[in-house]
Design a protein around this ligand. Sequence first.
Ligand SMILES: [Zn+2]
Ligand SMILES: [Zn+2]
Length: 251
Amino acid sequence: MIDIHNHTTFSDGRDSADEVVRSAAISGLQVIGISDHFDPYVSRQDVCLQPNEIDAYVKELEELKGKYQIKLLSGLEIGLQSMGIVWPGVEFDYYIYSVHTVPGLPELKDLEDPWEIYLDEVIMAVELIDRPGFLGHLDFLRRHIPGAMPPSPGAQMDMLLRKLVENDIGLEMNTSGWLYNLGDSTPQRWVIERYIELGGHLITLGSDSHRAVNVGSYISKAIGVLKELAVKQVFYAENGCYVPFNIQEMV
Ligand SMILES: [Zn+2]
Ligand SMILES: [Zn+2]
């Protein structure tokens, strides 16, 4: 199994990178990716990597590669914004591209229905992506808005998913929706299904863990859903190249 969305004490995770990778190895994952926050656009900079911390972060991950019986990837959950992506100055194996806020509208989570504004921002911002990676937790705002209302199927969602396909950007199936008792993955199954219908195949898996004990949580449940959708491979990226990972044999 793979899990390429995990946080450590380098951003808002509770446990060290060593503890997270060790937990992943013990739980039998084959591939683990560390993806701490780097997002100059959010107000909570105390829980994001700062530019002067990037070197130490990279060094720590390099030192951990090979320490445990597991493939370790260095990643970054990078703030995606239509105003421009602020790159860290160092290349990572892959990026999780996440829109956490919309410029000029910091209180997105207070809106009853943020979806039109949010998806517009994502559609504009994905045009700026020029390195391999995966769009993170597409409907994560469900965690915060009344009734956990999801976005609706329609032209706007189709436009976004088409852009991902055309620009060779992957889609993350984030399993934290199950952890937070939303009842399904983030995004929901129909979004994954529509992405596939529109020609997408670069699906990845991430738990979005903030504690070592949660690494890999609900990944097998997500694989079960993907198998129902006849998906045979998920993907991670190493050194900037997409790598397939066969899920047909996994339980
Ligand atoms: Zn995020
Ligand atoms: Zn995250």
